[in-house]
Design a protein around this ligand. Structure first.
Ligand code: NAP
Ligand code: ZN
Length: 361
């Protein structure tokens, strides 16, 4: 494996990294590449803490390499641009999400679906074009090809925008692709965490009727009053679930840990679509009869392409949508990880990298 070194990556960087599958993060000095002609350099200001970061730092997906600097919900200020960069200038606010590269020549890339490119390069724990390891946004500086950088409008608070680079596009893209963006349709959102609460916000802004399906009865009031969901079901209560059977046009499943999809499929109308945006750790066991009897569908969706990510941010700007955040200092991240496992955050931790990263070293 080729590692970043001072020789091929001369830009000094500082961040927090996991060293092993305990997932514990601690200060880490490393290097990034110098700004190429199509690159944008960012001073990182905020970075969200996603459950995917936790899956990766703890090697729950089995592909983790250490040291690992996580973070893929990044906003910052442009500090340098390469000679062929056209969309950004120094001082602009810009965002980076889950990917920093792709082959840019396959069928999917040609369709603006870099997220489905087989050579997609993830923002961290991935191999870059030059074979070096990518490091994420829990760090002071990023250097990224401008194609994978998103322009951030002025009207939104930056801390609340950062998570949109991942959870915003992950919610927005399947609503569009599966035709679940039409006013009046009834959408179920399973799991009221980071991804779930943003799915509710986008769906409401698109004019949908939204039901939250949760394992946590204590989230009812927040879902109905704060997020303006239309109704709330406790997924562990068979009577409540039965009362809503056959009522939904679509369901987005964001819940970590839910494996039994049968009660969710039962909630769908004929032609209804259940979209998985989270992957349970065991294969799914779905009786095919449940799908064919009423022409139902179970599909999946992974983030979204760069063009659609910009479209999502512009939609968020128009409808004033940001993530609900608890802004934390860098040195709180290990406590935040523990709280995230327990679902103890409404609804996203965002690290104030710009003001707190350096003070910890
Ligand atoms: P999160 O903030 O931790 O929320 C997950 C929610 O799942 C919890 O709030 C909880 O909601 C529900 N849940 C049900 N059973 C659970 C359990 N056993 N343990 C923990 N939570 C449980 O996570 P997130 O950041 O929204 O991410 C959700 C999932 O989406 C993760 O697996 C992540 O990797 C994945 N993801 C996928 C994409 C994509 O492109 N497809 C992008 C980003 C993230 P209730 O209390 O309401 O039940
Ligand atoms: Zn994420």
């Amino acid at each position: 494996m080729v590692k970043s070194s001072e020789h091929n990556h001369p830009v000094k960087a500082f961040g927090w990294a996991a060293r092993d599958s305990s997932g514990h993060l601690s200060p880490f000095n490393f290097f990034r590449r110098s700004v190429g002609e199509k690159d944008v350099a960012l001073k990182v200001l905020y970075c969200g803490l996603c459950h995917y970061d936790l899956h990766q730092t703890k090697n729950e997906l089995g592909n983790s390499e250490y040291p690992m600097v996580p973070g893929h919900e990044i906003v910052g200020e442009v500090t340098e641009v390469g000679s062929r960069v056209t969309r950004f200038k120094v001082g602009d606010k810009a965002g980076v999400g889950c990917m920093v590269g792709s082959c840019q020549s396959c069928e999917n890339c040609a369709r603006d679906l870099e997220n489905y490119c087989r050579k997609m390069i993830r923002t961290f724990n991935s191999k870059d074009h030059d074979g070096t390891t990518t490091y994420g946004g829990f760090s002071d500086v990023m250097v990224v090809d401008e194609h994978f950088v998103v322009a951030i409008p002025d009207n939104l608070p930056l801390a609340g925008v950062a998570p949109l680079l991942c959870i915003g596009i992950t919610a927005y893209s399947p609503l569009k692709y599966y035709g679940l963006d039409k006013p009046g349709l009834h959408l179920g959102v399973v799991g009221l965490g980071g991804l779930g609460h943003i799915a509710v916000k986008f769906a409401k802004a698109m004019g949908l009727k939204v039901t939250v399906i949760s394992t946590s009865p204590g989230k009812r009031e927040d879902a109905l009053e704060h997020l303006s969901a239309n109704s709330f079901l406790v997924s562990r209560d068979p009577e409540q679930m039965q009362s809503a059977a056959g009522s939904m046009d679509g369901i987005i499943n964001t819940a970590v840990g839910i494996r039994d999809l049968v009660p969710l499929i039962d909630l769908l109308k004929s032609d209804g679509k259940l979209v998985m945006v989270t992957a349970p750790d065991k294969p799914l066991d779905i009786p095919a009869a449940l799908l064919l009897l009423e022409r139902k569908m179970v599909g999946g969706s992974l983030i979204g392409g760069m063009k659609e990510t910009q479209e999502m941010i512009d939609f968020a700007s128009k409808h004033n949508i940001t993530s609900d955040v608890e802004v934390i200092p860098m040195d709180y991240v290990n406590v935040a990880n523990e709280r995230l496992v327990k679902g103890d955050v409404r609804y996203r931790f965002v690290i104030d990298i710009g003001n707190t990263l350096k003070s910890t070293c």
